[in-house]
Structure formats: structure tokens, C-alpha cells
Design a protein around this ligand. Structure first.
Ligand code: 4AD
Length: 445
């Protein structure tokens, strides 16, 4: 009996007869020579069936193999520099084949399909090379983020998904019926993170978050995953240090572990290779000036309109893109106007119209991937802000208490996993960065 192997480990079995358990990705060939691309989840390899080398019974089965049929194959592993696959450089001289189930008329064929067609069949589309590669890169990104924080003394502390009050703003709350009471799906774990941080010093939460945002852009999901670190006795400058080290580490890990996947999705790897710390840091004031200067210079009226900004306005995608294009690495923009940011952000000393906030904008038009700030740590100021926002103080009693029992200056941020994956993979739309995207017009499958 040949050993059953994972294709990912194929390099260890050159010259040996092995068994693969997987699916037919594609089949080509005619006459006496057929090629079956077999995938097993861990990788993909071409199996070569040459009529004179195998039992006629098996040769007949190979000829009839259909896309995505489940199969068990045995054969000899050969090294061949030209062979494409994951990993590249190996093929299998097919000996036997057993069909576990024959797939008839698999709907996703090698021809072009429209995005809606594919999104309706997301449960199958996940098997395609590109989608397979993206989710592997996503897994590397998540692992790298967690490794970075775990190795830096952060503790993972989970936060609730069902919450009694807004964590960010009331306009994007998803309400649910909580036994007759109104409750909401978490927009952020941050507020609970702040309590956990008071217990553990440096913490992070990682989980799904929800925004009932009626925006239909290539950057917005209704359900997305956010990684949120929170640090006691931390300034905005120290927060940026953590962010840039972390992002540079993640990119480096993807380059180390997922080169074949990056190549499979056609990513320009040179754009990632330059992404070492530090990243540029500019103030909101400077950013507005830069955009206004770009506005003056722009000749194309349509482009010009997109750049338009007055001090005090938040940046939209076009402005974020234009700003990021002025740098070839991610860029920090700090000290945004308080009016466009969340209620909990610490005002700048002597200039309360701006706050100790910082966004990290990704290059190549991917926009904001991280939002963070110093948090208000004075109880009275926090109460004032909660009132100004018209929030019900009763819901925030516990949050205010954090400022009454040993309050400290602290800061934290949230990194959106899917925007980060879209940027690192160079994808045009965020919908392919998550296994089952929840969009304004989609909750199936
Ligand atoms: O800037 P946001 O809303 O920040 C917070 O929620 C803070 N409480 C985080 C914190 O400080 N602990 O969101 C943070 C990040 C954004 O930079 C973006 O990457 C992502 O979350 N994000 C979204 N990603 C996909 N779809 C959406 N609708 C998103 N909204 C935010």
C-alpha cells in the first residue's frame, strides 16, 4: 500500500509511490496521454496518465474524469522543474484511480463567469485557485497578527458580540430583539477591551464586528473581522510604533510563506517588498494642505472634484487614495477633527477641535486599514462627551467607572482584516477577502 500524503509535502516523496485523496481540478489530453490536475486542499499537482504505463481499466476511468469529482489516486512522484502546481516542480505518474463520487456538470468552468454568478456559488467558488490562494494568505495574515501581539506581551481577551449600547456611532447599529429588549451586534470590542486592559495591561480582541452601513463600496462589508489591541499607559506616538512594526511584520510573513499564492493571484510582489518600517506620519492639517495643493494642480475637472476638501471634513475614499498615492508605503494621518471621530477620543491639549486619533492609510488606493486613538481617561470629560452625543449615560456606567478606579492614559486601535487582505493581495473588491461576504445586497450563501 502506498503512503497517503498531502500534496503540500510532496517534495519528501520523490521516487516513491504515494496515494492522494482529493478532487479533479481539471483534465486535459487526448489519445494515449491524459493530464489530471488533482487538488487535495493542501496543494495541487499534475498527474500524468500514459496509456502504456497503466492498467487499461484505470486508463478508461481517467479518460472519463470530470471536473471536481472526488478521487483517490496512486502514482509515483517525479521531480520536474517545468511542472506547475502548488508546490511547483513535481508531477505524478498515475497508476490507479478510484472515483469516490462523480461530479456532473460542475457549474464553475474554466470559462469566464460574472461576479454575481460566482458569488451565488461562493460555496463552490472557494475551490478555485485564486480564491484558495486568497484564503491561505488571509490565514497567514491573521496568524502573523496574533503571533506579533502574543510575542509582544499582549493577552487575547474575547469581547461580547451582543451589546447593550453603541461602541462607535448610533447610525450604523444592527439591532436585535433580546427577549423583548433592544440589543445590538458589536461594532467594536473596544469598550470592553478597555476594561480588560485595566486588568491585563496589554490586550487584544479578535472577532467579527457589524456595521449596518448602507454603503455599497468595494471597501465596506456588513460583517467584518477586526483585530483590536488596547494598551495601558500608551501615547499616540507609541501606538503608531506598534502599528508600523505589526504591519511590516505581517507583510514580511506573507512574503515568506505565500509567494506561490501571491503569484497565483497576480500580485505585484515588488510593491510589498518595500514595505518596511517606519512609515510616514503626517497631521490631518498637513494632509488637508496636501490635498488642497493637489486640487489646485489637477487639470481634469472630474479628478479635481474628487480631491476637494475643506478643513473639518472627513476624508472619503478618493481623498484617502490621493493622499496614499503621495507615499509608496502606508502613511499615518493623525489629529483628525474631533467632530468626525468617535466620542471616546482624547482631545489634543489646548486644541480640543482635534483629537489624538490616527488612521493608517494603505498604498495603492486601499484606504484606511487601521483606526485608533488615545482614549479619554478623565471621567468628567467622558461624561460630557457621552451627553454631547446624546447617548444614554446609564448604558455607559461601567465604562465611566473605568475612569473612576485607577484611570490611566491609554490607547488602542482596530485593524480591519478584510481591508488588509484586499490590500496585501491587491484585490479590486473586498468581497473576495472573506469566505462568505455579507454585503448590502447579499447574505447568501
Ligand atoms: O475606524 P473603525 O470604525 O474603528 C473602531 O471601530 C475602533 N473602535 C477600533 C479601535 O480603536 N479599537 O474601524 C477600524 C477598522 C478600519 O480601519 C477598517 O479597516 C475596518 O475596521 N472597517 C471595516 N472593514 C470592512 N467593512 C467595514 N464596513 C468597515 N468599517 C471599518
Amino acid at each position: 500500500m502506498a503512503t497517503t500524503i498531502r500534496i503540500a509535502d510532496i517534495a519528501n516523496y520523490v521516487g516513491q509511490e504515494v496515494t492522494l485523496k482529493g478532487w479533479v481540478y481539471a483534465k486535459t489530453g487526448k489519445g494515449r496521454l491524459h493530464f489530471v490536475r488533482v487538488r487535495d486542499g493542501s496543494g495541487q499537482v499534475q498527474c500524468v496518465a500514459f496509456k502504456k504505463e497503466i492498467d487499461p481499466e484505470y486508463f478508461e476511468i481517467v479518460k472519463g474524469l470530470t471536473q471536481e469529482s472526488s478521487v483517490i489516486i496512486t502514482g509515483e512522484v517525479r521531480a520536474d522543474e517545468r511542472a506547475k502546481g502548488f508546490p511547483a516542480g513535481y508531477e505524478i505518474g498515475l497508476k490507479t484511480v478510484e472515483v469516490v463520487q462523480e461530479a456532473v456538470d460542475y457549474p464553475i468552468t474554466p470559462k469566464e463567469h460574472g461576479t454575481e454568478f460566482l458569488m451565488d456559488r461562493r460555496h463552490l467558488w472557494l475551490r478555485s485557485n485564486q480564491q484558495w490562494a486568497i484564503l491561505r494568505i488571509r490565514a497567514t495574515i491573521i496568524k502573523a497578527l496574533r503571533d506579533f501581539l502574543d510575542n509582544d506581551g499582549f493577552l487575547l481577551v474575547d469581547t461580547p458580540i451582543i451589546t447593550p449600547a453603541a461602541g462607535e456611532e448610533t447610525t450604523t447599529l444592527f439591532s436585535i430583539d433580546y427577549f423583548g429588549d433592544e440589543a445590538y451586534l458589536a461594532q467594536t470590542g473596544q469598550l470592553y477591551n478597555e476594561a480588560n486592559m485595566m486588568a491585563h495591561g496589554k490586550v487584544y480582541c479578535f472577532g467579527p464586528t457589524f456595521r449596518a452601513e448602507k454603503s455599497k463600496t468595494r471597501r465596506h462589508l456588513i460583517e467584518f473581522w477586526m483585530l483590536e489591541p488596547e494598551i495601558a499607559y500608551c501615547s499616540l506616538e507609541e501606538l503608531m510604533d506598534v502599528e508600523e512594526q505589526m504591519v511590516a511584520y505581517v507583510v514580511q510573513q506573507v512574503l515568506e510563506k505565500n509567494r506561490p499564492e501571491l503569484e497565483a493571484i497576480g500580485r505585484d510582489i515588488s510593491k510589498l517588498e518595500v514595505l518596511t518600517a517606519p512609515f510616514a506620519r503626517i497631521s490631518y492639517d498637513d494632509a488637508v494642505e496636501k490635498l488642497q495643493a493637489a486640487y489646485e494642480k489637477e487639470k481634469d475637472p472630474e479628478q479635481k472634484e474628487l480631491l476637494k476638501i475643506e478643513w473639518g471634513e472627513d476624508f472619503g475614499s478618493p481623498q484617502e487614495t490621493a493622499l496614499a498615492e503621495m507615499f509608496d508605503k502606508p502613511v499615518f494621518v493623525y489629529h483628525y477633527p474631533s467632530a468626525v471621530k468617535a466620542f471616546y477620543m482624547q482631545p489634543v491639549d489646548g486644541r480640543p477641535e482635534v483629537c489624538r486619533s490616527v488612521d493608517l492609510l494603505a498604498p495603492e488606493g486601499y484606504g484606511e486599514i487601521i483606526g485608533g486613538s488615545e482614549r479619554i481617561y478623565d471621567a468628567d470629560l467622558l461624561i460630557q462627551k457621552i451627553d454631547e452625543h446624546g447617548f444614554d449615560r446609564a448604558n455607559y456606567e461601567w465604562y465611566i467607572e473605568l475612569r473612576q478606579y485607577g484611570t490611566v492614559p491609554h490607547a488602542g486601535f482596530g485593524l480591519g482584516i478584510e481591508r488588509t487582505v484586499a490590500w496585501i493581495c491587491g484585490l479590486a473588491h473586498i468581497r473576495e477577502t472573506i469566505p462568505y461576504a455579507r454585503l448590502l445586497n447579499r447574505k447568501y450563501p
